[in-house]
Ligand binder design. Structure first.
Ligand code: SAM
Length: 267
């Protein structure tokens, strides 16, 4: 199982790095103190560290949290041991162990959409005194070009799978980032969101091929009657002929606690 996830995370990392908001990463780095510990929720193999490290000081310390021991071993093998501690922890059941407040900053990438309303409500309640940067939260289902008559049926099934319980309660999926943004605003934080969309074409062949496989598999797992294999074959042919494009919308969110002033345009 982990090998598939490791391959998936490796394939998406350069595209995420290309898509992420540099403006929000810069603003996050500006409000984080050199002595703060950056806590990375669902750190995987450390992609978020690799992206943000260039924005933060060379001595910044990190704590990466994940419940997948194989991903943590991979992270341990490639991240600097003197600055990055790693902890195996289930963020759904052991949320109370996540450190918040003075001396901490919180971040995550490609994580939020699997969480639920109650979990995000807890995050906002604990996190309004903490700088938070949450990147690459999915905000749309995949949009394929050209379209295919099965796209909508497949989209509905993938969405239903995405909104199922991934351990945190029913997932908010594509609504998660906006839900959290509203809660943090209500709590008095300065919240800014930016689009960090994937716009994939022939150069992203490997990632698109993985998306085709993953989407077909998820649709089929929700409804065996749908012929997602025909759909997948057609999409793979289009990919081989350089005739397939794919957009997946994402959102980056920065929350600045009351008391800090950072000049950023609203949304
Ligand atoms: C899509 S991956 C993103 C990984 C990494 N942040 C990145 O950008 O490459 C989502 C991560 O969340 C972790 N995760 C999922 N459920 C979790 C839970 N209940 N507790 C801790 N980590 C969890 C997964 O193991 C995985 O590493």
């Amino acid at each position: 199982m982990s090998k598939t996830i490791i391959d998936w995370l490796a394939a998406r990392e350069p595209v995420d790095a290309h898509s992420r908001s540099r403006e929000l990463a810069t603003a996050f780095a500006a409000i984080v103190a050199a002595s703060d510990l950056i806590v990375d929720l669902g750190c995987g193999t450390g992609a978020n560290f690799r992206f943000l490290d260039t924005y933060l000081g060379p001595m910044q310390r990190w704590l990466g949290i994940d419940n997948d021991i194989d991903l943590l071993k991979r992270a341990a093998a490639c991240l600097p041991k003197d600055r990055v501690a790693l902890k195996e922890m289930n963020l759904a059941t052991d949320f109370q162990q996540v450190p918040f407040g003075k001396g901490f900053a919180l971040t995550a990438s490609a994580f939020l959409d699997m969480t639920s309303k109650p979990w995000l409500t807890r995050l906002a309640a604990h996190g309004c005194e903490t700088p938070i940067l949450i990147a690459m939260s999915t905000s749309s289902q995949p949009l394929w070009r050209p379209s295919h008559h099965l796209d909508e049926a497949i989209r509905l099934r993938v969405e239903s799978r995405q909104r199922s319980d991934h351990g945190f309660g029913p997932s908010l999926g594509t609504d998660a980032a906006n839900f959290l943004a509203d809660l943090l605003r209500d709590a008095g934080c300065q919240v800014t969101t930016r689009e960090s969309n994937w716009t994939l074409g022939p150069a992203d062949r490997f990632l698109i091929a993985m998306m085709i496989e993953g989407v077909a598999r998820r649709a089929q797992s929700i409804d065996a009657s749908i012929d997602s294999s025909d759909w997948a074959s057609m999409r793979k042919d289009q990919l081989l002929q350089n005739q397939l494009g794919l957009v997946v919308k994402h959102t980056d969110l920065l929350s600045i606690p009351p008391g800090h002033i950072v000049a950023l345009d609203e949304n």
